[in-house]
Design a protein around this ligand. Structure first.
Ligand code: S3P
Length: 174
């Protein structure tokens, strides 16, 4: 069966709630979840932080792209993309092939709060993680916007409310 384009694809900055909202959607819809970070950890046999420290960011990005290429769900699914997946234009094309791209956002103070502690976040290992979050967010915002069919500000919502809002926007019931 070709179910291309019928999945829900979650993108957005670290801390926007993609994985948790993905789990809510899984509960609501009973659809399988494909999480690129989890698939990378499984494929390479090490945590994300170790992939960055041992293999470097470029290799991580290359592996992320090949994970996205390999995901070919046989049924409509929930696809959770790592926060940097939108950095490669080819990935955006792939994400849009897979389904409706929903970008989860949050305001800067909310993201900084949610991302504490930063120990497991290789990109935030800097002297001033809040400033790094702000810089990366500003750099990436146009890319998230360009990739997304739909954007939801999660700052004041629970994960379940975000999931409900996605279902409502896509006219899906549960
Ligand atoms: C990254 C986000 C992380 C993970 C890696 C790089 C990024 O995923 O893929 O640490 O570049 O924003 P989450 O967005 O799920 O935290």
């Amino acid at each position: 069966m070709n179910v291309g384009g019928q999945s829900i694809v979650l993108v957005g900055f670290m801390g926007a709630g993609k994985s948790s909202v993905g789990r809510c959607l899984e509960n609501f819809l009973g659809w399988p979840v494909f999480d690129t970070d989890a698939l990378l950890v499984e494929t390479l046999g090490m945590p994300i932080a170790e992939i960055f420290s041992k293999l470097g960011e470029e290799r991580f990005r290359t592996e992320e792209t090949s994970v996205l290429e390999r995901i070919g769900p046989a049924v409509p699914s929930i696809i959770v993309a790592g926060g940097g997946a939108i950095l490669r234009p080819h990935n955006i094309v792939r994400l849009r092939e897979l389904g409706t791209v929903v970008c989860l956002t949050a305001d800067l103070p909310t993201l900084c709060e949610r991302l504490k502690p930063v120990a497991s976040r290789p990109l935030l290992q800097s002297e001033n993680p809040d400033a790094t979050i702000e810089r990366l967010l500003r750099e990436r915002e146009p890319l998230y916007e360009a990739a997304a069919d739909l954007t939801i500000d999660t700052s004041l919502l629970t994960h379940a409310q975000v999931a409900e809002s996605i279902l409502e926007s896509l006219a899906l019931t549960h």
